[in-house]
Design a protein around this ligand. Structure first.
Ligand code: GLY
Length: 336
């Protein structure tokens, strides 16, 4: 074979980029999958008639999560597969103090995880206060797909996870244990607003077939009472998806979200005709009007079935990652 006929890396990249076009992958997503050699898009990708795959995820960690989601899409995955892949990436990051392994424990030094997911058909699964299992959103998906139930909690959730093949893992890292020991010196319960620009990760995805799904996963408020469950695994509070309308997810202090059934409210406002941005603003206002918010943060993130998105929080500091066919952005949410 002559030198000019050899399959080389550049032609491989071109083919992959074309494949990305078929799948509706953003050029940067393809670049990330194939490594750093190509810093710029190598092909023109024709936009699809449909909105095209879109992911929005809360906080800085949403950028990497969305890349994992688009990678799942490139392998033929659905919106729900995008959600699960994105969640897994963040759940297994032991450095993050608010999701999965490495999450800060409750006041007794025990890490308990909450997660849920929902698909475009209205199917839902959830686990709450689950110990020793690294991938709570994947367990929630199994609850949804393999049981007649929506929610399993505590020991029952863990038993189900172990029966389903998940491994038992110590989720309390040295970094989290040291933080807990420092907290024990004062024992002061005080939720931290915008903890390191990481908190619950809420993820919403629209795939190329127009299917919407969502997921939410967290270790909950740091140093909470043992047994406390926040909004994240509560369908309608931390997450709600209606495939015919849109999806919403929440981050911040779960008690405020649960009292106002926040994500359901955002979706219902979109059903009534509001843009996702206006829906998030109205739901935040509901909280501001009903309680003292000086020391609490809540942020909502929404995506409608046409790919429009929006986010709004009580205080500044909330951001979200947007990934589409054409763009990847970390966007500061509006607030107030
Ligand atoms: N939003 C997470 C929690 O309150 O647990």
């Amino acid at each position: 074979m002559s030198q000019s006929n050899k399959p080389n890396r550049r032609s491989f990249i071109g083919k992959l980029a074309s494949l990305g076009g078929v799948l509706g992958l953003a050029p940067f997503a393809i670049n990330r999958m194939i490594g750093a050699e190509i810093a710029k898009p190598v092909n023109t990708i024709t936009p699809l008639d449909k909105p095209g795959a879109t992911m929005v995820s809360t906080w800085n960690h949403g950028i990497q999560a969305n890349i994992a989601g688009f990678s799942a899409l490139s392998k033929g995955g659905t919106a729900l597969d995008m959600i699960e892949a994105a969640a897994k990436l963040v759940e297994e990051d032991a450095e993050g103090l608010s999701v999965g392994i490495g999450g800060l424990p409750d006041r007794d030094g025990i890490v308990t995880l909450d997660a849920c997911c929902m698909d475009h058909t209205g199917q839902a699964g959830s686990v709450a206060a689950m110990q020793d299992i690294m991938y709570p959103l994947s367990v929630a998906r199994k609850v949804m797909e393999e049981t007649p139930h929506v929610m399993l909690v505590g020991e029952g959730a863990k038993m189900f996870a172990l029966e389903s093949g998940f491994k038992s893992t110590d989720l309390l890292t040295e970094k989290a244990r040291e933080a807990w020991l420092r907290w024990m010196e004062k024992h002061e319960y005080k939720p931290v607003i915008n903890i390191e620009n990481h908190d619950t990760i809420g993820i919403l995805a629209l795939d190329n077939e127009g299917r919407l799904s969502g997921g939410c996963t967290t270790s909950g408020v740091a140093y909470k009472m043992h047994g406390r469950v926040g909004d994240s695994p509560i369908i309608g509070a931390g997450l709600f998806v209606d495939g015919a309308v849109g999806a919403a997810t929440a981050t911040g202090l779960g008690e405020a979200v649960m009292r106002t059934v926040g994500s359901f409210l955002v979706v219902e406002l979109m059903r009534g005709g509001l843009h996702p941005q206006a829906a998030c603003e109205t739901a935040v206002k509901r909280i501001i009007d009903s309680m003292d918010v000086s020391n609490l943060q809540v942020g909502y993130l929404a995506l409608d079935k046409t790919g429009r998105h929006g986010a709004h929080a009580i205080h500044s500091g909330f951001n979200y990652a947007l990934t589409t066919l054409k763009t990847e952005n970390l966007i500061d949410a509006t607030h107030g």
